[in-house]
Unconditional design. Structure first.
Length: 218
């Protein structure tokens, strides 16, 4: 009897979860349709018109170019209560004989551009540590140089990225040029930068004060 009750409860729970997932999917679908019907911003429409004259287009089934550009603008303008930017955007363009190759290269270039933001964030943190007497100038200069040359490593450490814009055009020689704009949360950028500094200090056998450990763990 007890086994039967457990089985019934499991079935009910499974059905409830399925219903919730279906409801969530329906809500997302409605939101997506509503967003598609909304008019893109004036700047997005203007940029889309210019790009389309230059031959840029989107793949079948993708959002219209003006809507994608509008989304990119929203990422760029999204800030928290302290007016700190919530997302960092990176852009990459690449040309290849086929779409997939150009797309892969453009995506990597966009990731590398975002990786540059990680280097800048790490440098800013190091400057702050020097100002607070947490790091000697000589060590700071050496670490800054190393971190500024780590874009490829930082690109590999990037987690989830959101494609804000993806467009392509066919060149006169029939090659494909692909443009991609990626968005990454600023919080993720800061976390990678802090981890990079922490790892570098550990490699060098440098002792971290409580203040330093607190700053790098926030």
């Amino acid at each position: 009897m007890k086994t039967m009750r457990i089985l019934v409860m499991s079935v009910v729970l499974s059905l409830s979860m399925s219903a919730m997932c279906q409801t969530t999917a329906q809500m997302k679908s409605k939101q997506a349709k509503a967003t598609l019907k909304e008019k893109a911003s004036k700047d997005a429409r203007k940029e889309a018109k210019k790009m389309e004259k230059e031959g840029w287009q989107v793949s079948p089934g993708a959002l219209p170019l003006e809507k994608q550009l509008d989304r990119a603008y929203m990422y760029a303008l999204d800030v928290d209560d302290d007016m700190n930017q919530l997302y960092i955007l990176g852009e990459g363009k690449s040309v290849a004989g086929n779409y997939d190759a150009a797309r892969m290269q453009a995506r990597e270039l966009a990731r590398l551009e975002i990786a540059g933001s990680i280097s800048s964030e790490a440098t800013s943190l190091i400057d702050n540590m020097v100002g607070n007497k947490q790091l000697e100038n000589e060590d700071a200069a050496s670490m800054t140089t190393m971190l500024s040359e780590s874009k490829t490593i930082f690109s590999q450490k990037l987690g989830r990225t959101t494609v804000a814009v993806e467009a392509f055009r066919v060149l006169p020689n029939k090659n494909r040029e692909v443009l991609i704009r990626l968005a990454v949360k600023s919080a993720d950028i800061k976390e990678i930068a802090k981890n990079a500094i922490r790892e570098e200090m550990e490699k060098r056998g440098m002792k971290m004060s409580e203040k330093t450990m607190e700053m790098l763990s926030k």
